[in-house]
Design a protein around this ligand. Structure first.
Ligand code: PMT
Length: 384
């Protein structure tokens, strides 16, 4: 994927360094173009180091204004100042970046950043209307504290969200019209109002799958146990705590789903007689545990069940245990991973089981693994 990252002269230019890192992290080939004003906020060397390429700002270097955007999948201007937005709106081309925007065949994305009064000024409102009418895609701005100390609309959207939205926009939409219900994270089973039994699932795998399904055009309901993660933008998010709550949330919505992906590390047991008040420390304590409902097995055994992707987290005999689970729970596809390779990490390695065989998804980021799982599901549903 080839992306032109345009940086204009505002204080948020420093955030473009993080944005560039995120784009490169998803293997995008990024050319950085800075306006002269932007180079006064952050030195081009920062972006050269992060992109591994020279930064462009000279309008008089041959046919750079045409050559650079040739074959680009998108131009992303972040931050886009009020002044630069006015140039886009009126089709001006008096520097390299604005000339590139005019001489392009790819979509133009902008992440505005400016003082709230500039954002609210009728001239900027008018320029934004013109730009949007010409098909410019807007990301933000956010509301909040600004560099000048004021508070209001005009902060640049956070780089992580801009990157997420851009990749989502660019991904092929072969799951359009399909609905995924995904569980993620751990469940937390109360012992009393203070203590609980839980596990080390971070939610990263399930959230990555939600992101990948959204990117491919699916609508996603994400039912999640407690995690420290930000829900993926575009997902309908249903937070739960215990396995019983997770089951209720899933069963309430499962009829809408074409695909059920059970990534959550659901606690197999809960405390039979959880106390309503804090248990006092008095010698040893015995807890009676009772089995939790098996949500995946229940869904997979429904009449007209959705396509079911199960996971298996094992510490040993990975394939053996996973094959047994696949048969017992009657799922269509099962992603088997070793706990030490998967839990809490940003990467994973999977043995993918289908009724016709098995495939190894070699160690890579959970986002890449998730994208591959989504492609596999689409193949099974004959959508690719
Ligand atoms: O969250 P991360 O830190 O990113 O880690 C990812 C992960 C290791 C949690 C994930 O990749 C994974 O393997 N999830 C499944 C964990 C699990 O509970 O495995 P299991 O083998 O115990 O369960 C098998 C399947 O049944 C799973 O799809 C599980 O969601 C489901 N299940 C299990 C028990 C239960 N009561 N209800 C269920 O639906």
């Amino acid at each position: 994927m080839k992306i032109i990252l345009g940086i204009t002269g505002g204080i948020a230019a420093y955030k473009a360094a993080e944005l560039l890192r995120l784009l490169r992290g998803r293997d995008a080939d990024v050319e950085v173009v800075m306006t002269e004003a932007a180079t006064r906020f952050v030195a081009p060397l920062t972006f050269e180091a992060l992109s591994g390429k020279p930064v462009h700002s000279d309008q008089w270097q041959g046919m750079a204004h045409i050559d650079l955007s040739r074959g680009a999948d998108a131009i992303l201007i972040a931050p886009a100042t009020a002044d630069f937005i006015s140039k886009i709106a009126y089709g001006r081309a008096d520097d390299l970046l604005s000339a590139l925007c005019l001489a392009r065949e790819c979509p133009l994305h902008i992440a505005p950043a400016m003082n709230r009064m500039m954002w609210e000024n009728p001239a900027t409102r008018r320029n934004m209307r013109l730009a949007k009418a010409d098909g410019v895609i807007l990301h933000g701005p956010d509301d909040g504290i600004q560099a000048c100390g004021e508070s209001g609309p005009g902060r640049m959207m956070e780089p992580v969200e801009i990157a997420e939205r851009l990749f989502s926009f660019l991904a092929p939409k072969y799951l359009n019209g399909k609905k995924f219900l995904i569980t993620a994270g751990p469940t937390v089973e109360a012992i009393d109002p203070v203590r609980a039994i839980t596990n080390f699932s971070s939610g990263k795998m399930g959230y990555a799958l939600a992101r990948a399904a959204i990117d491919a055009g699916a609508s996603v309901i994400l039912v999640s146990g407690p995690t420290a993660l930000r829900p993926p933008s575009g997902a309908e998010f249903i937070p739960v705590v215990s396995a019983i709550e997770m089951r209720e949330a899933v069963m309430a919505r499962i009829r809408e789903a074409d695909v059920f992906a059970s990534v959550a590390a659901v606690a197999d047991y809960r405390v039979a007689n959880a106390s309503g008040i804090k248990i006092k420390k008095e010698g040893s304590l015995t807890l009676e545990l009772v089995p939790n409902p098996d949500i995946l097995a229940e869904v997979a055994n429904l009449e007209n069940a959705p396509f079911c992707l199960g996971f298996a987290a094992e510490t040993d005999h990975l394939v053996e245990h996973a094959e047994e689970k696949m048969l017992r729970k009657k799922v269509d596809m099962l992603a088997a991973n070793l706990v030490e390779d998967a839990m809490g990490l940003d990467t994973n390695e999977i043995v993918l089981l289908t009724p016709v065989g098995r495939r190894i998804l070699a160690r890579t980021s959970k986002q890449e693994i998730a994208a591959e799982l989504v492609r596999e599901i689409a193949n099974e549903l004959d959508l690719r």
